[in-house]
Design a protein around this ligand. Structure first.
Ligand SMILES: C[S@@+](CC[C@H](N)C(=O)[O-])C[C@H]1O[C@@H](n2cnc3c(N)ncnc32)[C@H](O)[C@@H]1O
Length: 374
């Protein structure tokens, strides 16, 4: 039992014996010093516990860069344009995306209005990761990225024009766990055993409004023992993103699916996944703060919440379809030609394909584009 385990145990005691799983997850991932994303050694990729698309291959950031560039063109090539990335991890996406933006600005005839200084804003809650991002993007991002810890702190919040982007942000927010028990939806809480280890207990919902986060089809189709995960925090973030924008797009890339499929998947699997040293497990109570905890995103919920605050769904697709639209397959074809002669090209090709193939991230990751006044 590490220090964070003891701190959470104290919190459980002072809360009268139990806390929601969402409260537990918030501490395990975001405790200011000991939480998974705030520890000095936190990293993503080979040295860390899991990979994300930007860490797999720079072509991901290049394709996202092309998408951002196209949105800028669609908005009439404004001379002032903000790209806000929320939850930027190591900063790899910012680095690769800016590289592509610069290339397009330099080469594309459509940029005839002259180069535009993209305002790149990163909203990152972790001071450790903000430092890592500064290092990673030190070349392409030098002097043109600004950092903030929360969305509301961003100068111009409410009047931004541009794109708000995130990759694997929503799957890392705190989730409540619900279970269908004798015909009623109840909640799973975290409590303590006598020896101080964590255990789960089922009790009435911490908030009667939680089932309203589900669409009706799910609420009516639940069977005894089905388990669900829900994140009101995700609804709050999408609302804040909408509020931050005056005009533009919200581009969300993440693991998950539309409802009801996303909930049927988690009803069977329990919904929560943990990663430690690139290995999947389903025990969020070991190595507290030293392993990642994540859940699939309900994209229908993001669309419903967004719809209430002026975000209109433009497109929802798999990551494979998204990448195909932005020149991914041309790059694959080039590498395939070289791979006959060059082993390094073959290795690179294999990595790139992880982003695209259904057994990799291609189907599991989805891309949702919503627009506001654009
Ligand atoms: C799973 S990581 C993804 C990192 C990166 N986007 C990538 O794809 O490699 C989640 C990121 O979101 C950040 N994060 C989580 N909640 C946040 C919040 N409310 N505001 C800003 N950043 C947040 C974490 O600190 C971390 O950088």
């Amino acid at each position: 039992m590490n220090q964070l385990h003891h701190l959470i145990a104290d919190k459980i005691r002072s809360a009268g014996g139990r806390i929601t799983f969402a409260e537990y997850m918030a501490e395990a991932l975001y405790h200011p010093m000991l939480g998974y994303y705030n520890r000095p050694e936190m990293t993503i990729g080979e040295q860390g516990d899991f990979f994300t698309s930007p860490m797999v291959h720079p072509v991901f950031g290049h394709c996202v860069g092309r998408q951002i560039y196209q949105l800028w063109l669609e908005m009439g090539s404004p001379s002032s344009f903000t790209l806000l990335e929320m939850g930027a991890g190591t900063g790899a996406l910012a680095r690769d995306l800016l590289q592509e933006w610069d290339r397009l600005q330099a080469n594309e005839p459509a940029a005839n209005s002259g180069p535009v200084a993209l305002r790149y804003v990163i909203v990152e809650q972790s001071p450790v990761l903000r430092g890592r991002q500064r290092e990673t993007a030190s070349e392409t991002g030098k002097g043109r990225i600004e950092w903030h810890a929360t969305l509301q702190e961003v100068p111009g919040y409410g009047s931004l024009e541009g794109v708000i982007l995130s990759n694997e942000l929503f799957d890392a927010l705190p989730y409540h766990r619900l279970v269908m028990d004798k015909g009623r939806l109840l909640e799973r809480y975290v409590t303590l055993e006598e020896d101080g280890s964590f255990a789960e207990v089922t009790a009435p919902l911490s908030d009667e409004r939680l089932p309203l986060l589900l669409d009706e089809q799910i609420r009516e189709g639940l069977e005894e023992g089905d388990r669900l995960v829900l994140s009101p925090a995700a609804g709050k973030v999408i609302r804040e993103m909408a509020d931050a924008l005056n005009k533009g797009y919200v581009l969300t890339i993440d693991y998950g699916n539309l409802s009801p499929d996303v909930h049927w998947q988690s009803a069977r699997s329990g919904g929560i996944r943990c990663y430690y040293k690139q290995t999947l497990n389903h025990d969020p109570y070991t190595r507290v703060g030293e392993q990642d905890i994540t859940a699939d995103v309900d994209f229908s919920y993001l669309q419903r919440e967004g719809g209430q605050v002026g975000l209109e769904t433009v497109r929802f697709s798999t990551q494979s379809d998204f990448l195909e639209n932005f020149g991914f397959l041309d790059k694959v074809t080039d590498l395939q030609r070289m791979a006959f002669r060059d082993l390094r090209a073959d290795f690179e090709l294999q990595k790139m394909l992880t982003l695209y193939l259904p057994q990799g991230l291609g189907d599991a990751c989805k891309v949702l584009m919503q627009s506001k006044g654009a």
